[in-house]
Design a protein around this ligand. Structure first.
Ligand code: SF4
Length: 173
């Protein structure tokens, strides 16, 4: 199966996972998704304040190359719940399938957690101690949302979507 087929399979599995949830679990998951999105937005806003955009422009987004495994199952669920389609082009290597020459196609709150949480050395050096504290809190919150949602659904939601789909192909039941 190629990446596009795995992506399609993962998307179908996501819909089945959502459809199988009880109303109570669905509500709890919605709350976690909202918290997850908000924590990512706060984290990204703190990073943006040190003028990360110009640092990223100068390095031309090297950390975004080969990013096909960055989106995890919970990230994909967040995008599905927000009814925000993901455009993915698995042929544009080494540019990330979810990006373009001009940057990421995803807004920070609905961007993969791995991408939001990654801070390169150039940005790290510009962070004040206070900003680092806020980032640590938000990171903890983001990881806790993934943990809680995984336990709620019985699925390892922090797994990259493509790998989760590939495992389903190997173990259909
Ligand atoms: S999803 Fe966006 S931020 Fe993450 S690696 Fe791809 S282009 Fe970069």
């Amino acid at each position: 199966m190629n990446d596009q087929q795995l992506w399609n399979l993962g998307t179908v599995r996501l819909k089945a996972l959502l459809a199988d949830l009880s109303v109570a679990k669905g509500l709890a998951l919605t709350q976690l998704l909202t918290r997850y999105r908000e924590a990512k937005e706060v984290f990204a806003a703190v990073v943006a304040r040190v003028d990360a955009d110009s640092i990223c422009r100068e390095c031309e987004g090297q950390c975004c190359l080969n990013g096909k495994y960055r989106i995890n199952v919970f990230d994909a669920l967040a995008r599905a719940a927000a009814e925000t389609p993901t455009s993915a082009d698995f042929f544009q290597k080494p540019v990330c399938p979810y990006g373009t020459d001009t940057g990421c196609t995803m807004e920070p709150g609905l961007r993969p957690a791995d991408c939001v949480l990654f801070i390169c050395e150039a940005i790290e050096q510009k962070m004040s101690p206070q900003a680092r504290l806020v980032l640590a809190e938000q990171e903890q919150d983001i990881r806790e949302c993934i943990r809680k949602a995984s336990s709620l659904t019985g699925e390892p939601l922090g797994t990259p979507l493509l790998l989760w789909a590939a495992r389903a192909e190997i173990n259909p039941n």
